[in-house]
Ligand binder design. Structure first.
Ligand code: DAH
Length: 354
């Protein structure tokens, strides 16, 4: 093939420039057509490429004269293709956004975060109040010895609570699932020295079938204070203050004589019915009062079991169910709601009511 002359090349370049001029910014109507145009002009065998390739066969003089024109045409062509591609791609994006019907101005959906379980909220609030009153948090294991759960608490061998009907015993070891949080009193006294002030929150287990007010697994908070000269008046003042902080400053309390093997004297503590205010309703079984906890002065036999001198030390103890308190405070009529974990129920307690 004979080398092209400057005149020929010049003419081809002029034709190409005209085509480009005609197109203006509309180099191609689609991305496919644009690619075809690019291959046709700047591809390996494209029109402009051919012109540029032919440069090397020109004389130095002709190359100097013609080269810059050819390079300028190439740059112009590349720029036009780049601009056109950007426009076509933007149009494609817009078209696809239109298809999926997206409104970018809508506010974002807030992801669900979850919250503490109402029983946990209640337990933490009870522990917080007692914490402010000087009680520190103590824990014990769910699997206990008979000695800690019963004997050291002065619960005799023939006591009904020890019955297989009430207590879950483990099969191959002499252990049981604690039936109350009171064994943590024993652990706290044996693990420390008086004076002592502890609360023991946790899960307890009883051989019981589930109904609106009973469960085989539930939660208690135990309290224990041991010091010199602690009296029943300290017990009353402490619990009255605690219950007023928990249920509100107007809360009336009442102490009734009762019996627990590990306290003497013992009492059951009632609060004026929070549902009816004392007039009598189904919640308080028309009595106007709701029993909230057991309490009493630590029995000398319990001090003896942990090696404390009962003439030197005295103390009080109390124990209460967390479910019961949660039901009263949150207005939940059936304990089973706490365990079913229905999100429609749980979500009501998302904003802390406590
Ligand atoms: N342990 C008792 C129960 O589970 C509750 C209790 C009553 C705890 C009196 C005490 C107390 O510390 O003094 O029913």
């Amino acid at each position: 093939m004979s080398p092209a002359t400057v005149a020929e090349l010049s003419q081809r370049l002029a034709e190409f420039s005209r085509v480009l001029d005609d197109k203006g910014d509309d180099v191609a109507p689609s991305l496919e057509a644009l690619e075809a145009f690019r291959v046709d002009s700047l591809g390996r065998k494209g029109q402009l490429t051919e012109v540029l390739k032919a440069l090397k066969d020109l004389s130095l003089e002709d190359r100097r004269a013609f080269g810059p024109q050819a390079q300028a045409a190439k740059a112009r062509c590349e720029a036009a293709i780049t601009r056109c591609r950007a426009r076509l791609e933007a149009a494609v994006d817009e078209a696809s956004l239109g298809r999926i019907d997206l409104d970018l101005t809508l506010p974002a959906a807030v992801p669900a975060r979850g919250c503490l379980h109402p029983l946990t909220q209640t337990l933490q609030e009870m522990a917080r109040i007692l914490g402010l009153m000087g009680f520190s948090w103590a824990e014990g294991p769910h699997i206990e010895t008979e000695r800690n759960n019963f004997e050291a608490l002065n619960i005799p061998e023939d006591h009904a609570a020890r019955d297989l009907q009430d207590t879950f015993y483990l099969r191959d070891v002499p252990r049981l699932l604690r039936t109350h949080t009171s064994p943590v009193q024993i652990r706290a006294m044996e693990g420390g020295r008086p004076p002592l002030r502890v609360i023991c929150p946790g899960r307890v287990f009883r051989h019981e079938s589930l109904d609106a007010s009973h469960s085989a697994v539930f939660h208690q908070i135990e309290g224990l204070a041991v010091d010199r000269g602690i009296s029943f008046a300290d017990l009353k003042g402490t619990l009255r203050t605690f219950l007023q902080r928990l249920f509100g400053p107007e809360t009336e309390t009442r102490f009734r004589p009762s019996y627990f093997p590990f306290t003497e004297p013992s009492a059951e503590v009632d609060v004026r019915c929070l549902v009816c205010g004392g007039r009598g309703c189904p919640a308080c079984k028309r009595s106007g009062w709701i029993e909230i906890m057991g309490a009493g002065m630590v029995h000398p036999n319990v001090f003896r079991a942990v090696g404390y001198d009962a003439r030197q030390w005295s103390g009080f103890a109390f124990g209460m169910g967390v479910e019961r308190v949660a039901m009263l405070r949150l207005g939940v009529p059936d304990m089973r709601l706490f365990y079913e974990n229905d999100l429609r129920f749980l979500r009501q307690f998302d904003e802390s009511l406590l």
